[in-house]
Design a protein around this ligand. Sequence first.
Ligand SMILES: *Cc1c(COP(=O)(O)O)cnc(C)c1O
Length: 462
Amino acid sequence: MNNMKNDQEKIETILKDVVEHAANFFNGLEDRAVTNYAYNAPADKLPELGSGAQATLHHFTQYYAAGLSGSAGSRYLGFVTGGSTPASIVGDWLVSIYDQNLSHSKDSIAGAMELATIDMLKELLLISDDYRGTFVSGATMANFVGLAQAREWVAQYYGKSTALDGLFDIPPIKIVSGTPHSSIFKATSMLGIGRKSIHLIPCQEEREAIDIAKLQQFLEDNQQEPCIVVANAGTVNTVDFDDLLAIGELKKRYNFWLHIDAAFGGFAACSPKYLHLVEGINHADSITIDAHKWLNVPYDAAMQFTRDQSLQVSVFKNNAAYLGGSLDNPDFCDLTPENSRRFRALPAWFSLQAYGQNGYQQLIEQNVMLAQQLGQKIDDSSFFTLLAPVRLNVVCFAINHAVLTDETNKQFLTSLNQQGKVFMTPTVYQGVPAIRAAFSNWRTTPDDLAIIWEALTAAMPL
Ligand SMILES: *Cc1c(COP(=O)(O)O)cnc(C)c1O
């Protein structure tokens, strides 16, 4: 205990050291290599006594810090990666110092703050007021919770409960979707529904948006059983959106649970220019929104929204005498897989309070503008081919190469990413080995675009 007690006495000095370290990192983010492949980890073992917080910080700074990536910076365009806003960092640091457990909402004001954050998010994202929302660790978890509700809903149609009886005596559940994210498959696997239960419905020509007529045909052919439709509001390759209004219309005629995965595409609602893309989102029975992507708060945070919280409680209730809860009053621990929960809403609360609707509108519009400009440059260039229109914040393109294979594509990405100026990730789009550049960080500016273009042309020709 000695080191801990010593550190307790020195906490102010220690935290000041951390502030200095953190400010150096934060201010130097654009100068460091965006990704870091060449690092040598020292072979640290569990010490018997340990060296205390300050010496450990020093050791970390010396041997490890340089080996971490600059993924929070302005030119990391891989996957869909946000960067923490300044205010969200404040909130995140305070999460650790206050160290609250949000399994229950009534122990302190923290529960009310989580609910207030959910309300602000509904306003920002134009999700109607009658939805309830809960924080989870990521969009995968939000998809899992939404599909768990859907599974229970299907079971209830057969007069059963999967929460009580398992899946054993209900017919196989059908899930249909156009271009579902990989985490939808993972969720079906975790839920015992099984990856093979996903029926892919063809998309519209040259699109990743579901063909509504073909979806309707499927629903018509399967009228005798309820099913789950996963609509996608922002696909990762080309940020395509299913027609949510049309799917909402189908809901009037057919019996299905509508889950909308709007992990990052949901943020189209922040701008009057793009909000038409998510029109109809309020037809959903459950909605997934990520926070550590376009909300630009630190990992790990996402939200799930639903109107029907009772199904969620059926699945996730955690009743125990010592917890004092009653199922008439379900609390946070009765709504998601977690029981003990960190004060995950606080970074979002800080960021929303600090920057407001306008701050997020600017962030989204700036990212989209830069994506469109990069898309234009690519379209005009003889080195590259733009594979899809830039609908929002992702540019999906291919290199022009005599033999374009996965291998040449990877070679190009290696020579691009190893420059350390920019990071992009591979994909395959309509059978073509392709590259994605996703803009989702508040730090990215037009100056970055110039550097990105320089790096792209330097990597070409192969
Ligand atoms: C990123 C993403 C997910 C998974 O999110 P995690 O936060 O990584 O769990 C799910 N759906 C879509 C559309 C995504 O973009």
